[in-house]
Design a protein around this ligand. Sequence first.
Ligand SMILES: Cc1cc2nc3c(=O)[nH]c(=O)nc-3n(C[C@H](O)[C@H](O)[C@H](O)COP(=O)(O)OP(=O)(O)OC[C@H]3O[C@@H](n4cnc5c(N)ncnc54)[C@H](O)[C@@H]3O)c2cc1C
Ligand code: SF4
Length: 552
Amino acid sequence: MSSEELPPRESMEFDVVIVGAGPSGLAAAIRLKQLNADLNIVVVEKGSEVGAHILSGAVIDPAGLDKLVPDWREDADCPLKTQVATDKFYWMTKSGAISLPTFMMPPLMNNHHCYIGSLGRVCRWLAGKAEALGVEIYPGFAAAEVLYDDKGAVRGIATGDMGIAKDGSHKASYTRGMELCGKYTLFAEGARGSLTKQLIAKFALDAKSEPPKFGIGLKEVWQIDPAKHQKGLIQHSFGWPLNNSTGGGSFLYHYDDNMVAVGFVVHLNYNDPYLSPFDEFQRFKTHPSIRTVFEGGKRLAYGARAITEGGYQSVPRLTFAGGALIGCAAGFVNVPRIKGVHNAMGTGMLAAEHVAVAIGADRANDELVDYENAWRSSAVGKDLYPVRNVKPLWSKFGTVVGVVLGGFDMWCNTLGFSLFGTQSHAKADRKTLDAAKAHAAIPAEKPDGKLTFDRLSSVFLSNTNHEEDQPVHLKVTDMNLQKTSEHDVFAGPSNRYCPAGVYEWVEEASGPRYVINAQNCVHCKTCDVKDPNGNITWVPPEGGGGPNYEAM
Ligand SMILES: Cc1cc2nc3c(=O)[nH]c(=O)nc-3n(C[C@H](O)[C@H](O)[C@H](O)COP(=O)(O)OP(=O)(O)OC[C@H]3O[C@@H](n4cnc5c(N)ncnc54)[C@H](O)[C@@H]3O)c2cc1C
Ligand code: SF4
């Protein structure tokens, strides 16, 4: 059936449409209702329920929550129960871990006022607050298309059609998507949002900003031996198992019920096509100072997600006629602190305040210029500006010198100046890979199934589920280029950077064949960032598909 023959879509009108029920989208929805209880707000979420696609550390700076729900500490249902008690930072070598004294850290790195917990759970709790205020939340519906009016302004989104078979034919269950239209649409899709990417290109929102930068974050949740649990302990590390030219590091957070969140972030500007972030994460857990934490424990959950790392200089223009970007769709993570939740909530609230003013003045579908003009002088801008050089310095000078220079620059910024000005991020992440011939394959260690695991048993713990008979949602634009470049020049890095074993090159008599196991995809978006030719585009699969994280 051609698109002209498709049945018309039903359309619903709202004051504000919000795409994504993460901390930014939910904070925007709640703030809008706090400002004007009569506004009609809808939130669409591609996960089967709120929180199902949320993955974070998470040590949360309460600055955002304090503004949005000031009495959250007294709310027995709020899932943030563990305050940070001890904060450690290590430089790792293969067999040692050198503790760096916290007095060397600038005060902005202090974590003692922060809380440890599952961001997925926090989002479920926030969704309850939003619904109690009258916000309509539709989980299980992916926003698949941006709708424009005849002047080119965004007028809303359409959810994806359901019931399309792999070959494009319509199954008996075929249902047309819905049009959700609003005076303003806020895009809160998180890192590398699929509609956000289209908006950035259409409105040239990145014309004056540095390229966006990303890392891939892999995470496991463990329940460990109570004798080893130190509630409130958080530790971060850099160094081994990554080499000096590969940025990244680990986090390990002890929180409620003998739980430990352990994770590993690899900056996606790495250059070795043989590097496998998943295998480096597994290797990290075998370090003598780390493995003992998990001996006798049980791994409960696994997942992965891209994290934005561009910071202040990579934030694109946030506004365009009819809508705005909020949260990590635009990229507001404070990289040295590995914290973005407070800024996601901060930008959600800031945008909401400007939307409420605009609607109050009978405006609609125009550009919220005041939001764009406000963020740099807001708490979010003030949080990101002093740390803007940390990531570029790491990238330019390698981890050892970069960490020292980054720390020095943060201290200078704390005192009100910088010797480095504002450093550039240089290239987009997909352009940093070297040809495979410049490197040697990195042998992966065999997982023991107790401390270290393979991809497939890990994906099993993410409860990932997709309708199998649907079009592949990982679109390879040019299959020939994938063979001549991704395979022949770069030795198939997708097989290694994908944390879910989605991509495989199967060597056959007729030549290598690219296999895409789309049903395993955990929606981390790494392939959309790191394919060396920008030849892979992640689009939302049928709503509700993807991981079903219980508490990531
Ligand atoms: C490994 C890792 C560790 C981190 N650790 C910390 C930490 O300790 N502390 C901290 O403060 N921050 C941390 N962060 C960063 C933090 O998680 C993000 O800054 C924050 O989640 C951004 O919130 P958001 O609402 O912008 O996006 P997200 O949290 O990504 O939420 C986006 C939501 O939108 C939905 N969505 C996306 N596209 C669509 C669509 N087209 N249609 C419908 N729904 C859609 C998604 O399913 C998701 O639910 C970490 C991130 C990672 C990856
Ligand atoms: S296919 Fe892409 S988005 Fe899906 S898990 Fe793999 S790298 Fe992530």
